[in-house]
Write a protein that binds this ligand. Sequence first.
Ligand code: AMP
Length: 282
Amino acid sequence: MQTITAIDDLRATLTSARKDGKTIGFVPTMGFLHQGHLSLMQRAREENDIVVVSIFVNPTQFGPNEDLDAYPRDARKDSQLMAAESVDIAFFPTTDTLYPEGYTTFVEVEGSMTQVMCGRSRPTHFRGVTTIVAKLFNLVAPDRAYFGQKDAQQVAVICKMAHDLDFDLQVVVCPIVREDDGLAMSSRNTYLTANQRKHAPALYRSLQMASEMISNGERSASAVQNAIESQINAAEEAVIDYITLVNAQTMEEVHTLEGEILIALAVKFGATRLIDNIRVTV
Ligand code: AMP
């Protein structure tokens, strides 16, 4: 595995691979890798000649009072995990490389898609995500880019950006990887206290219950939403940010359940905000 920090080195290596007719799969991450990230790398490994992974804790997607400084980092362990997945290039850019002094350009998907759900509690988040992902797409110019369904709204926003800006690549969406008790894997799970960790699986349990209600014929979004809310409120320390049922592509809220539905939620345990979701076809 080649570790690269400079843009010129990344471009030179990838230009030569492309000249040799090699396909490039790209997995952008913020590091502190877990099985969720590794599943994206495995899929990229299966489908491409060259696998590039970026590790960059992107400051522009964090709000002023969020956990940018506290965000967990472990470059050495990440490198070992990437090497074990036969990643070809680990790209570790610095903040100064990607946002040098005088940097002023941002990419933003406008409209309700970025204003609802996580966009409501994190108003500048998606602008930061689309800016960094657009920059990384330009730098890596992959054939395929891999994202997790864990961040369902992020995937929808990136697909919209890639479509609107004519990026010549395929966005591949990979399933959510969970702990044995159902908690969606996340670098932020390390923040949870023992008691919060014990109660955090209530998120997925409530989503499974919701999915069952719908299989059993429930068609009212508010009935499903209320049932999830009661179940999560019964979990110690859980404070609901949002619970919503939306169209899985547009993130528009639905009232009567029909078609491809995303049931998504964000719940805080202390200062730690967890998100999870499930897709159902009605
Ligand atoms: P992050 O490092 O949190 O920015 O995540 C990098 C990528 O890994 C994103 O596309 C996430 O959606 C994806 N990812 C994070 N957690 C999981 C998970 N539990 N299962 C599948 N993909 C995940």
